[in-house]
Design a protein. Structure first.
Length: 263
């Protein structure tokens, strides 16, 4: 490694040249950091360096220009809001532009500005994460609320259907309670219509939706035909010529109808 001393054309900027067997500026900066006490015209704690690649000088070696600026100069620029400071210097009658980042703190001191910057960035990242989480939470709450409203609507619909079924059931039970007297009245009316006049019954009953009646007098064939036309089931002996005119026939006819036949 060969160090070549150059000319400082500005009071604040000092320029040196070093030849290194690399093209990497990063490696050149590391080499300068190792020899800062030799290359720098100022105490290492009070200087900031910048490295620029100039090009090859001989086989295997490349020349780098190293600019040294007082730390306090860059700190004043940082206080004015400049994160990067551009300064130029001369080396072998060639002007070289150096870019200096905001300097760190001197060894043993706390870099409060850097810590504040890191804290600010961390706070901004946390705020972004919290905002995204809050947005997602709001969307989830909206989804849950919409689902609850849907379920509530379904519950109200089922409640309405249940109430309607209850009303239908009550109406059916009420109709069933009054159906029996109506069936009897309907059957008696049809018997009167079939007989063509008043009818005498010896008995009648209603069970399992079926009306049963027994006529006191035998019915004529015309009456039997009419009863069957009304949906009655007629049973019993048919009228026959009496063996003894003094003794009337004792023919008895049963008349039956169901709730399906009596409307």
């Amino acid at each position: 490694m060969a160090a070549i001393e150059g000319e400082a054309v500005r009071e604040e900027i000092f320029v040196r040249a070093i030849d290194l067997p690399t093209l990497s500026v990063k490696q050149a900066k590391a080499a300068v950091a190792q020899q800062i006490d030799i290359l720098s015209p100022l105490p290492p704690a009070g200087v900031v360096s910048s490295v620029v690649l100039l090009g090859p000088v001989e086989e295997g070696l490349n020349r780098f220009a190293v600019g040294f600026a007082p730390r306090e100069l860059l700190e004043r620029a940082a206080e004015e809001g400049q994160r990067v400071v551009t300064l130029s210097g001369w080396l072998d009658q060639e002007e070289i532009v150096f870019r200096f980042d905001r300097p760190g703190v001197a060894p043993g001191e706390v870099d409060w500005a850097r810590r504040l910057e890191i804290a600010t960035i961390a706070a901004m990242c946390l705020a972004i994460v919290m905002a995204a989480f809050s947005l997602r939470l709001d969307r989830e709450l909206d989804h849950v609320q919409a689902r609850l409203e849907t379920v509530d609507t379904e519950v109200r619909g089922l409640s309405g259907e249940t109430a309607a079924l209850a009303r239908v059931g009550a109406a059916w039970r009420a109709a069933q309670a009054i159906r029996k007297p109506g069936l009897v009245d309907c059957a008696l009316g049809d018997i009167v219509k079939a007989s063509g006049g008043p009818v005498a019954l010896s008995s009648f009953s209603l069970g399992n939706g079926r009306f049963n009646a027994r006529l006191s007098q035998p019915a004529s064939d015309a009456t039997v035909t009419a009863l069957r036309a009304f949906g009655f089931s007629v049973s019993g002996p048919t009228p026959a010529a009496p063996a003894d005119a003094a003794t009337p026939p004792a023919a008895i006819r049963d008349v039956q109808t169901s709730s399906a036949d009596c409307r």
